[in-house]
Design a protein around this ligand. Structure first.
Ligand SMILES: NC(=O)c1ccc[n+]([C@@H]2O[C@H](COP(=O)([O-])OP(=O)(O)OC[C@H]3O[C@@H](n4cnc5c(N)ncnc54)[C@H](OP(=O)(O)O)[C@@H]3O)[C@@H](O)[C@H]2O)c1
Length: 229
């Protein structure tokens, strides 16, 4: 059955792959991010795609997304994929880096759920959040990023308790994925990296699951990686 999905953080990498995969399966998609050129190009192929310019750090643009969602009369799926990361030692990090990572990864998620909660409740929507495997463990040279993803996980779990059977939250926690994330340009899929499609497939698995079921968490890592929990 065709569903209505919103993808936040849709311009490239994992998010763009999720948009493409949802469209290929016949779903309607509202794709939102600061840059929308790649989404606009997809529109020539898919009439079921809408784009919204969204900067999670700007409350006004969140209002534009809320308006677009209200016009759809409720949504079935929200994928919160947007995220930023900077990696390095403590001495290389600034308060600006702290603000950017927390404003996007944690506060951005909080603002989106706050803004869309009534729409999400209409159809007991699935909220699928792409956090990271570091949402539950620490890493060196990624302290602020890991802390922001821990914060995101806390929000997901608290919201799930609050909304009980009104909204279904799923956290997807990938290890390294071959994208341009965090300044790593053009990483090639290899034994050491997952592909964006691997993550998109996990999203489709959740979307296609029974409406009576909630999938709390999916953790995925490249097979060659050290086994850590
Ligand atoms: N790549 C990895 O190894 C990896 C591993 C685990 C988890 N993740 C997580 O996966 C998610 C996607 O990452 P990716 O690898 O696909 O990286 P990416 O290519 O850098 O994509 C990040 C996405 O987030 C959006 N975004 C960033 N800031 C935003 C803002 N202020 N407002 C709206 N959208 C914003 C970007 O769109 P605009 O710049 O156009 O706004 C872009 O679509 C992130 O949450 C990341 O933490 C990545």
């Amino acid at each position: 059955m065709s569903k209505t999905a919103v993808v936040v953080g849709a311009s490239q990498g994992i998010g763009l792959e999720i948009v493409q995969s949802l469209l290929d399966e016949g779903h309607r998609v509202i794709a939102a991010s600061r840059n929308i050129q790649n989404i606009e190009s997809l529109k020539t192929k898919f009439s079921s795609l809408q784009s919204v310019e969204l900067d999670l750090t700007d409350a006004k643009s969140i209002g534009a997304l809320t308006n677009a969602v209200e016009h759809m009369g409720g949504i079935d799926v929200l994928v919160f994929n947007a995220g930023v990361g900077k990696f390095g030692s403590l001495s290389e990090m600034t308060m600006g880096d702290w603000d950017r990572m927390f404003d996007t990864n944690a506060k951005g998620f909080f603002l989106i759920i706050s803004a869309l909660q009534n729409e999400l409740k209409k159809k007991c929507a699935q909220v699928i959040t792409i956090t990271s495997d570091v949402s539950s463990r620490a890493i060196a040279r990624g302290a602020i990023y890991a802390a922001s993803k821990h914060a995101q996980k806390a929000l997901i779990r608290s919201f799930q308790m609050e909304f009980k059977n009104q909204i279904r939250f799923t956290e997807i926690r990938p290890g390294n994925v071959a994208t341009d994330f965090g300044g790593v340009i053009g990483a090639e899929p290899s034994g050491d990296y997952l592909s964006p499609k691997d993550v998109a497939n996990a999203v489709l698995h959740v979307v296609n699951s029974s409406s009576k079921m909630r999938i709390d968490e999916i953790q995925m890592r490249p097979i060659d990686r050290e086994v850590v929990f």
